[in-house]
Design a protein around this ligand. Sequence first.
Ligand SMILES: Nc1ncnc2c1ncn2[C@@H]1O[C@H](COP(=O)(O)OP(=O)(O)OP(=O)(O)O)[C@@H](O)[C@H]1O
Ligand code: SF4
Ligand SMILES: [Mg+2]
Length: 302
Amino acid sequence: MEEILRCEKISKVFVVKDFLGINKRKVKALQDVSITLNKRIDLGIVGESGSGKTTLAKVLLLLVRPDSGSVYYRNTDLTSLPDSKLRFFRNNVRIIFQNPYKSLNPRLSVEKTIKEALFPKKTDPGMIEEILIQTGLPADYKHKYPHQMSGGERQRVAIARAIAGSPECIIADEPTGNLDATTEVHILKLLDGLKKTLGLTFLFITHNLKIVVSFCETIVIMYRGCIVEQASATQILKYPLHPYTRVLWNQSSFINPVEEYKDREGCVFLFGCPYRKKICFNLQPELKEKEKQHMVSCFLYE
Ligand SMILES: Nc1ncnc2c1ncn2[C@@H]1O[C@H](COP(=O)(O)OP(=O)(O)OP(=O)(O)O)[C@@H](O)[C@H]1O
Ligand code: SF4
Ligand SMILES: [Mg+2]
């Protein structure tokens, strides 16, 4: 296997003030998170809102610096490099954000958006048109501005911007999260097609386990900033081990069993778990290999 991107023991805490700006509380967005993305083995990150998925994506791109831990791109430690030295990496690993209404600059035409992503590479004649056609948009859309397009079309432009410059890897952060069901299917088909024709590797972030098991080979399940399970898509589908993964399977949209974030001792899934026992109140279980290449963090398996 050829490793592209890896992070080791990443932790990130945000300090959040209340609406009066008086009381502060800490949010552990990521706790000791380690993942590896290998070439042509798409990795899916699944978790409910607030589980730390976007923070992880931003840390992997060094858009957010972790409090501790390291990020490696092809075995180079990026965490030790200043932003000015990260351009080579950011050209090779691109991101598609969830909300194309926010991620595209409203003042830039489609052509300028893509040209900006290609910079400092020269834009050959016909190149922009070719990229647009690859993403299923007519070539003359290069003259359009974001407000002149639908949500699905904007997301195609965001995808065009991501594939411009021929990256080897794309981090897709809930790329269909803001789209209706039909457009979602079209965008997923597009991404799947691009994956094959351009040889891309995806790190695909979603809250929808059903989508990701058909798109990715390996799945990581996150809850409250922790990885609670990691396995092949087949294992997650047939033999989900962690109680939270089972909840994800059984609910079309997951409702957080804990109303408010509270930093406390014990397992992160304590208050959502019907199987909790005494030890679960005091300790967070380690992520351990239960079966071959099937990792789980739960005292039920210790
Ligand atoms: N810049 C920030 N400042 C303060 N808190 C933040 C910041 N970014 C994220 N957080 C907090 O960190 C936690 C994880 O947020 P994150 O956006 O990574 O979750 P997510 O899994 O991507 O959620 P969603 O599915 O809603 O996009 C949340 O509690 C969030 O409020
Ligand atoms: S460690 Fe305990 S509380 Fe946490 S998921 Fe397992 S059984 Fe449930
Ligand atoms: Mg997010």
